[in-house]
Ligand binder design. Sequence first.
Ligand code: ADP
Ligand code: MG
Length: 140
Amino acid sequence: MAIERTLSILKPDATRRNLTGKINAKFEEAGLRIVAQKRLHLSEAQAGAFYAEHKARPFYKDLVSFMTSGPVVAQVLEGEGAIARNREIMGASNPASAAAGTIRKEFAESIEANCGHGSDGTEAAAREVSFFFAGTEIVG
Ligand code: ADP
Ligand code: MG
């Protein structure tokens, strides 16, 4: 499998509960490398644009409001099959259905406040990485 890069976001529920180190440990233990990372407070415009694909969904407005409710940590994770691997480590969107040992099973509060975002494919990963990071900010 190829070495890939994917965009990860530690959401406001994770920063609020001081869980960024515990979550990063899960990525690193699973062999992913954090090759870029920054903490920022998203504006409504940024969160709305990032989640534009969900604009028609009933949870969109709440999601934008949640994602701007506190700081987030945006990261680029690198490794073998990093895109799918990150989503495996995070677990299902709804913590009630997430597998044991996953980030969302261990830490998520709800289907909305579910600790993390992970790109869902190669096209999304490229677009989402460049949404947050310049090439010079990614150091593998
Ligand atoms: P994932 O983050 O697992 O890729 P989606 O892309 O389907 O999940 O949804 C994006 C985010 O929107 C989720 O991570 C979660 O924060 C929120 N979300 C998804 N489904 C719901 C829902 N039914 N109710 C409230 N929030 C939701
Ligand atoms: Mg998604």
